[in-house]
Structure formats: C-alpha cells, structure tokens
Design a protein around this ligand. Sequence first.
Ligand code: QAP
Ligand code: CO
Length: 168
Amino acid sequence: MALLDILEFPDPRLRTKAAPVAEVTDATRNLVDNLLETMYAAPGIGLAATQVNVHQRVLVIDVSEEHNQPLVFINPEVTVLNPELGEYDEGCLSVPGFYETVQRPQRISVTALDRNGECFSRELDGLLAICLQHEIDHLDGKLFVDYISPVKRQRIRKKLQKEQRRQD
Ligand code: QAP
Ligand code: CO
C-alpha cells in the first residue's frame, strides 16, 4: 500500500473528467487500497481517484465514527429519489482548511461496482448521500467551491496559492 499525493485547488488536473473502469482488476483493487490508506491518513471521510491524479471512476468513503466501514464505489451512477435539498458545511482534502455550506439532494440511490466487480445498488441519505455526491463531482472535474460565490471562491484560491508557493 502507498500514501498518494493529493492535488489541491486550483490545480487544473482536478478539472479532468474521469473515464469509466472497463474491468475491475488487481490494479483497480491496488488503487482502491491506496485511496483508502490515503483517506484514513489525512484523515478524511471521502476521496476520489481524481484527487490523486488518477482519472478513473473510483472513489472511497468512510463516514463511520470508528473509521472502520470503508465503502468502495466504482463507476457510480446516482438517481435522485427526492429532490428536496439539504444543507451541509462541506470540506475537501483538495481545499484544505476551508468549509462552506452547499445544498444537495438529501435522498438518492446509487448503483456501482464493488472491489470484486460486482454490481450493487443502495439507497442513501444523510452525510453518506452528501459525501457520495461530493466525490462523484470530483470524477466529473467539479469541486464544492464551484457552488459558492465567485468572491468567496477567489478568496480561497488566493490563500491556497500563497500557501502552495510557500511549500514549493
Ligand atoms: C468530502 O472531505 C466531504 O479542510 C470529504 O484541513 C466533506 O474528507 C463531503 C479535510 C464534508 C461532505 C461533507 C478537510 C481534512 C477532510 C480539510 C474530507 C482539512 C483536513 C475533508
Ligand atoms: Co473533495
């Protein structure tokens, strides 16, 4: 297993649209394991392959309190069950230190492949539904800061770029 580097906003590679996984192989399972290790080390509750510069439709989530319920979604497809929006203060490992309120549908169903390439479907609500939508956005090149005002987004961009120059 390996810890992977996480791309940070406004890195243009975060805007890449990820391609579907044609076949779940050992290489896919290695990616999943590395995503999980990187997410737990951060620590975070969700990580998409896009964030580690791998442009395949793979993401991992663990919203459990004990950090012992890893969930894997490969080629996830969401259907909104109830268009009613809920608000949540979202953060992102690619936007470290910033949290903003985002509105998303609260009840969804997802169909995806698991780490064995088996298809499954689940109905989701609460934080898990929010987190899954946030992570699928990454696979489409989208970030939570795209939902906030341009002024706030620009302020976050400036602060992170300054931070990144310090580290280079
Ligand atoms: C996505 O985000 C998410 O700013 C997962 O300094 C978050 O794991 C979806 C993190 C909230 C819905 C609601 C963020 C860690 C972790 C930071 C994360 C930070 C350190 C974010
Ligand atoms: Co994120």
